[in-house]
Design a protein around this ligand. Structure first.
Ligand SMILES: *Cc1c(COP(=O)(O)O)cnc(C)c1O
Length: 491
């Protein structure tokens, strides 16, 4: 029998190998970052595909150096860098070093948060963080040293807001079904037109009917109109439908709008409807010293989504779904004889999760809180929001830029609109975005308003300055002016 070469295993015998790899990797990363000049290298999909396609995966590289050099060619050279101050496209954050330190332990120890016997210590760290987050939200939690009584908040870390929303809506669905034996075809979810698409996806995955998601209109600041919500709930009831959940968004993806949470909660209480707050974006305000009040009313939710990999500056993935009444998590409990048999008494996190094997992502939040502290995290998000307001104050003075709405949090939707000429603005702005990416100095996102393409700045970099974003806008306008001369006139 041939003995395989075992020096690749993470093991005390191979610690020199491990340290060598970590140091070489970190040095390579540092050298790469030192060369980064702008968020993108502008590669087209075809250009980025070629070096990957060229690799013969059956033949490994001769050594670490070769592998790292190859990594640059297939990945790092074309990667998008979120720490660049002119990266202003999607809800990606620059990441904090304490979380990177945590990543090293997460993957090396490789705890799996499904059962206690695979994650001793980790289970309790995750539970403390769930309790801590619930406390920041203002949900009922266990007082230290006191016996548990009544409803207590609980929750679980997930892979992201999409999964958190799915799980919350699953709990809402099963709570509604447990209360009355309705035909699932009659279940409805109410969400504003600005809510996240993952709500529609969740409805589909939960087997609800194609008209299960009822859209409620938003006002001009993209906040849900509560009177319309009230009418929509009443309409459901009078049509013999069952409103199983209202999804309020605390920070819409495009406008950062925070739905009027307290008034929505009152509406939900009136009709006994589950309130889910999607705070995937706005959840960072839970750590803010200056803007926590923007989430007033979130403590009335039945469930809350918080994405730590957005406004808490942690690397992907890190999210949590937190529920007011931890007992509702039983709706995702399944007992497997080999894992968490029905008679098990261990604190098995799999009982509360849609996943089985699960990363110890909670450690990234733990190390971040222990090294930076929550105030510092909140200050980072506040800095991004401050920047959005400063940029907004300047952008409204630009003659050839149109702003869709003032920033709710740290995004700004706008478009380039030349003073002269009758170019098709949607196509022009889409071209501007593509050209910015190709040039590589700055990146903005695009979204649609009334069918037209607009541009979007998503600011999540506490290091970015008004000058940086002024530069982005100057490039948008310069590129736009260049394109507008050649853009086809509208007939
Ligand atoms: C980003 C986002 C989501 C989805 O979260 P993922 O972590 O990307 O799965 C859901 N809701 C809102 C409001 C978001 O901004």
């Amino acid at each position: 029998m041939r003995t395989p070469s075992l020096h690749h295993l993470f093991h005390p015998d191979n610690i020199e190998e491990y340290l060598g790899a970590v140091h070489a990797g970190a040095s390579h990363l540092a050298a790469t970052m030192a060369r980064v000049d702008g968020p993108s290298a502008g590669a087209s999909p075809a250009e980025a595909a070629a070096p990957v396609a060229d690799i013969d995966l059956d033949v490994p590289t001769p050594g670490l150096e070769g592998a790292l050099e190859e990594l640059s060619r297939v990945y790092l050279d074309e990667a998008i860098w979120f720490h660049e101050p002119t990266y202003a496209a999607h809800l990606n954050c620059p990441v904090v070093i304490p979380a990177l330190l945590a990543e090293m332990f997460i993957s090396a120890v490789n705890s799996s948060l499904d059962t206690f016997d695979q994650s001793v210590g980790a289970t309790h760290i995750e539970r403390r963080l769930v309790e801590w987050t619930a406390g920041r939200i203002g949900l009922p939690r266990k007082a230290p040293g006191r016996a548990q009584v009544g409803v207590l908040a609980d929750g679980i870390f997930t892979s992201g807001g999409t999964q958190s929303n799915l799980q919350a809506l699953l709990l809402a669905r099963d709570t509604a079904l447990a209360r009355s034996h309705v035909d699932p075809e009659r279940l409805r979810i109410l969400v504003s037109t600005d809510g996240h698409f993952s709500v529609d996806k969740a409805a589909r995955l939960l087997g609800l009917c194609h008209s299960a998601v009822v859209e409620v209109a938003s006002d001009e600041s993209h906040r849900m109109l509560v009177d319309d919500l009230d009418r929509a709930v009443q309409k459901c009831l009078s049509d013999q439908l069952v409103p199983m959940a209202v999804v309020a968004t605390a920070g819409t993806t495009d406008f950062g709008a925070i739905d009027p949470l307290r008034r929505i909660a009152r509406c939900c209480a009136r009709y006994g409807v589950w309130l889910h707050v999607d705070a995937a974006y706005g959840g960072g305000l839970l750590a803010s010293r200056r803007r926590r009040h923007l989430l007033d009313g979130i403590e009335l939710a039945d469930s809350v989504t918080v994405d730590f990999h957005k406004t808490w500056f942690l690397p992907v993935s890190a999210s949590a779904v937190i529920v007011r009444d931890g007992r509702t998590l039983r709706h995702v409990t399944h007992h497997a004889d080999y894992l968490n048999p029905v008679e098990a008494t261990d604190p098995n996190q799999v009982d509360k999760s849609l996943q089985t094997t699960r990363r110890f992502d909670a450690l990234k939040l733990w190390m971040t809180l222990r090294i930076m502290g929550p105030d510092c995290v909140g200050d980072y998000f506040d800095a991004a929001i401050d920047l959005a307001h400063e940029v907004h104050a300047e952008i409204t003075d630009l003659p050839d830029v149109e702003v869709a709405a003032p920033p709710g949090l740290s995004t700004l939707v706008f478009r380039y609109r030349p003073e002269a000429g009758t170019v098709e603005l949607g196509a022009l702005n889409a071209q501007i975005r593509a050209e910015l990416y190709r040039r590589g100095n700055s990146m903005v996102a695009a979204t649609k308003l009334g069918g037209d393409t607009w541009l979007k700045l998503t600011l999540l970099n506490p290091q970015a300055t008004v000058e940086d974003i002024r530069g982005v806008l100057e490039e948008v306008r310069a590129v736009g002016a260049g394109l507008a001369n050649v853009a086809p006139e509208v007939a």
